[in-house]
Design a protein around this ligand. Structure first.
Ligand SMILES: [Zn+2]
Length: 478
């Protein structure tokens, strides 16, 4: 508690304190009653009781209150905020479903810190005169402001309290507008909403908080008249220099994003679309080799870690599905562009976490959901894929069992039993793994591939043994 930290010796001060106390009571919350501007010495705010997690910003927790210590170098930098539901009651969709993605920046304004929303939907290169007009018509909305609480001893960092940002109903960081409407969830129940954890990593901060909304149409547990969800806000620092874009061509199916560009040399504003893709670059010392047509290992490989929770016997098949993509990158001149790895053990690296944005992970989820999904997070300015965590639900195996049985059991002894051999199931797992990884590389479904082979070829054993039943792994092939 920061309430009335200074001792009051004069009557005036006592009166002021009394007034502040009243105001605080009226607001139903504690308020800083420091000097005029509220800025206090560092160790009066970040006390000895603080639990500190160092990272992008240092995060301090004191008695349920959370503080960010923001380095000057990170003010005005562009950051991406991804809001997902991490846990939910039944009927509210899968854990992991995205609610909102926004670009933000932290700004220092006099004695305040502002968190602003950055829009990249309209754009003009900053070298062009029209850039100013675009900036003026895209005034960045303020999401939240924070009074400065303290400065670090060397005054290069600023401390603000962020408890309210996550405990109050900040709409951009909570349940999506669509879901609020659907469940008639219009009021936050403050006494049933709280911060679970805030963890800081070198490139990102992960905040988890439980939000309870009064709801007249809750999809489950209707007697409570509320819905509770756990939200995960992932704030990721974007690269200073955005990657070069690759523009979308409608002849090639790819996940793309759009933007209106006013700086193009055409007599109208132009909508441009560019691809979501990984940043694969040639190392300087390999450039000559690359130009000669020799395969080179990229500057930064795409690495997928296989969740520690994955049953031992399936791991190698999931890994094979990841590395099956190596041949595709070889066509582009790279070898070992994508690899699968076991994560370090807690003894080897106690800091390693699947939530750390530096690591892409195939998450193994103990859930009856019969599915797997391959989402990714990308830089809205360039389409650079920053990270991807594939969700692998345990019961995707029942789905595979059903498919394989229906499609092949009439003639396939392997499929004519209740439990498949591990080797058979392993191959099916490898198929799904490669398919999901394909999504995270930027490929959408290619259901058109189902009609690529003529029917008589599908009835030709020699043909299907060589080419399978569909030419694309991005097809469901059923
Ligand atoms: Zn798919």
């Amino acid at each position: 508690m920061l309430l009335i930290a200074s001792s009051c010796t004069t009557a005036k001060k006592a009166k002021e304190a009394e007034q502040a106390k009243k105001t605080a009571q009226a607001n139903g919350k504690s308020k800083t009653n420091g000097k005029k501007n509220g800025v206090k010495p560092y160790d009066k705010v970040i006390t000895e009781d603080a639990k500190t997690d160092t990272g992008l910003f240092d995060v301090h927790e004191i008695d349920g209150k959370y503080f960010y210590e923001i380095p000057d170098s990170l003010f005005d930098r562009e950051m991406l905020m991804v809001t997902r539901i991490s846990k939910t009651a039944s009927g509210l969709g899968y854990g992991g479903s995205k609610q909102n993605t926004q670009m933000l920046r932290w700004q220092k304004k006099d004695k305040k810190i502002a968190l602003r929303v950055v829009s990249y939907e309209v754009y003009a290169a900053d070298s062009l005169p029209v850039h100013e007009a675009v900036v003026n018509s895209n005034f960045e909305p303020v999401l939240y402001t924070f009074p400065i609480k303290a400065f670090s001893k060397d005054s290069t960092k600023t401390v603000v309290e962020v408890t309210d940002l996550f405990e109050k109903d900040v709409k951009a960081l909570g349940l999506s507008a669509g879901a609020r409407k659907r469940y008639k969830a219009n009021r936050l129940e403050a006494n049933k909403s709280f911060i679970e954890t805030i963890n800081s990593y070198p490139m990102n901060i992960e905040a988890r908080h439980v939000k309870t909304y009064a709801s007249s149409e809750a999809p489950s547990n209707q007697s409570t008249g509320t819905i509770s969800i756990e939200i995960n806000n992932s704030m990721v620092l974007l690269p200073k220099e955005p990657m070069q874009r690759r523009y979308f061509d409608e002849r090639v199916g790819w996940f793309a994003r759009g933007q209106v560009d006013y700086g193009q040399d055409v007599q109208r504003s132009k909508e441009v679309s560019y691809l979501d893709r990984w940043r694969l670059e040639v190392r300087d010392e390999d450039m000559e080799k690359f130009k000669r047509g020799e395969l080179v290992v990229p500057k930064k490989q795409i690495v997928y870690y296989i969740d520690r929770a994955t049953p031992e016997k399936w791991r190698k098949y999931i890994k094979q599905g990841v590395e099956d993509w190596q041949v595709a990158f070889e066509e582009a001149g790279f070898k070992d562009a994508i690899i699968a790895k076991d994560p370090p053990s807690p003894e080897e690296d106690p800091e390693w976490s699947p939530e750390d944005v530096r690591y892409s992970v195939v998450r193994y989820l103990a859930s009856t959901v019969r599915n797997a999904s391959g989402p990714h997070v990308s830089d809205p300015r360039s389409g650079e894929i920053l990270e991807s965590d594939i969700n692998w639900y345990h019961n995707v195996m029942s789905l595979l069992r059903g498919w394989f049985f229906v499609q092949t059991a009439a003639i396939n002894p392997d499929a004519q039993r209740a439990e498949f051999d591990d080797e058979v199931m392993g191959r099916l797992i490898r198929f799904v793994s490669a398919h999901e990884v394909g999504h995270t590389l930027g490929l959408p479904h290619n259901m058109g591939s189902s009609v690529a082979y003529p029917v008589e070829k599908l009835r030709d054993a020699e043909f299907t043994q060589k080419y399978g039943t569909a030419p694309s792994i991005m097809d469901y092939a059923r």
